[in-house]
Design a protein around this ligand. Structure first.
Ligand code: NAD
Ligand code: WQD
Length: 342
């Protein structure tokens, strides 16, 4: 087994994936510029796995630094590329920041790796589907015009990778289209660390329940869904992390059907925002202070994935239910409230 480079490995999904890689015997080295994560996550990973991953603080926008890094780490056989900016609203306000941090970084990385045989996993998103015409959405569904510069960076990223993998024998790529990752590791030692006011539903719920936020606003309850609120395919972050290990193993075993493959990674189940809130209340025994507000601009009404391709080809399946997602998110919120990292 070669060494796996995990970019963005101190971030939310990255840290959980590093844990799963190390638990599967992989040696890991992380690159992260710590723009949206904390160095202390490395100690948390060490407590969980018994091993501190390698770490280099580096900004992927600087190609010369990546080249230097690769001279020091000649034994890298796989790359999992999480590093990116991920705020939809920030991307609308500052598109160039997103094209620079999500596209330039990818191009820099691919250029620097071009003379190596490498297996590459890319963090894509169900955001590439926009509002799907048919549910559950399959990998063959039409890619709609992106709703935001952030969404566009995922579409462009996929194109760049597909074209590059098809043009060279050196690169194999699996793009994983994540649905909505939520929850935290069962140890409650790592989890999502939103910067400022959370934009995503679950951290907003847990921060409201613990008293950091006064009230959650549900963005609309008059949509064409059973209870009127939007529907998403929420997936436990540990299940998502395991899909990355499965992708690396598929590439190592040379099981790929083509140089570029794409898989939906979700549970295949859709839950509404109100269902999620009520499950959270049941799981925690806490009444959540929420109100119904107007819809949020650009929101998809309903989406959930057809995940049969990933289940078949990656021999992987999401195992955790909504209760486990929400109880782990709540345990993490309590942990981080009592043990702030900084
Ligand atoms: P995150 O912000 O927690 O992690 C990203 C990490 O990348 C951070 O640690 C950050 O410091 C680092 N980083 C950013 N720019 C960098 C740069 N130029 N050089 C080096 N490091 C850099 O985000 P996450 O939720 O873990 O998301 C990981 C990936 O998954 C991203 O590509 C994101 O777009 C994608 N994704 C996330 C979601 C989600 O809901 N969280 C859904 C679909 C796809
Ligand atoms: C989920 C549902 C909201 C907050 C975003 C990105 C997407 C992907 C994941 C990376 C929606 C509702 C939310 C709140 C609410 N990221 N909500 N009150 O919108 O599915 O996807 O993150 O690729 O690209 O767009 O996730 O968690 O923001 O919202 O009612 O305070 O919760 O309207 O229906 P979303 P989310």
């Amino acid at each position: 087994m070669g060494k796996i480079l995990v970019t963005g490995g101190t971030g939310y999904i990255g840290a959980h994936t590093v844990v799963e890689l190390q638990n599967n015997g992989y040696e890991v080295v992380i690159i992260d510029n710590l723009s949206n994560s904390d160095i202390k996550i490395l100690t948390q990973i060490e407590t969980i796995t018994g091993k501190k991953p390698g770490f280099v603080k580096l900004d992927l926008r600087d190609k010369s630094l990546i080249i230097e890094f690769l001279k020091e780490h000649t034994d890298i056989s796989g790359v999992i590329h999480f590093a990116a900016s991920k705020s939809v609203s920030e991307s609308v306000k500052n598109p160039l920041l997103y094209y620079d941090n999500n596209i330039s970084t990818l191009v820099n990385l691919l250029n620097s790796l071009s003379d190596k045989q490498v297996n590459f996993v890319f963090s894509s998103s169900c955001t590439v589907y926009g509002e799907p015409d048919i549910l559950p959405v399959t990998e063959q569904a039409e890619i709609k015009k992106a709703e935001s510069p952030y969404g566009n960076t995922k579409q462009i990223g996929e194109e760049i990778l597909k074209e590059t993998a098809n043009a060279t024998d050196n690169l194999k790529v699996i793009a994983l289209r994540y649905f909505n990752p939520v929850g935290a590791h069962q140890s409650a030692l790592i989890g999502e660390l939103p910067n400022g006011v959370p934009q995503n539903l679950v951290p907003f719920i847990t921060q409201t329940a613990i008293g950091k936020r006064e009230q959650l606003t549900v963005f609309g309850d008059k949509f064409d869904t059973p209870d009127g609120s939007c529907i998403r395919d929420f997936i436990h972050v540990v299940d998502l992390a395991k899909a990355h290990v499965a992708a690396i193993k598929r590439m190592e075993a040379k099981q790929m059907a083509a140089a570029y493959e794409v898989f939906n990674v979700g549970t295949g189940n859709g839950y509404s925002v109100l269902e999620l809130i009520h499950t959270f209340e049941k799981v925690t025994g806490k009444q959540l202070n929420y109100r119904i507000g107007p819809p949020r601009d650009g929101d998809i009404v309903k989406i959930w994935g057809d995940v049969s391709l990933a289940e078949k080809e990656l021999s992987w399946k999401a195992e955790n239910d909504l209760t486990s997602m929400l109880s782990s998110a709540w345990a993490w919120e309590n942990y981080i409230n009592n043990n702030p990292l900084n």
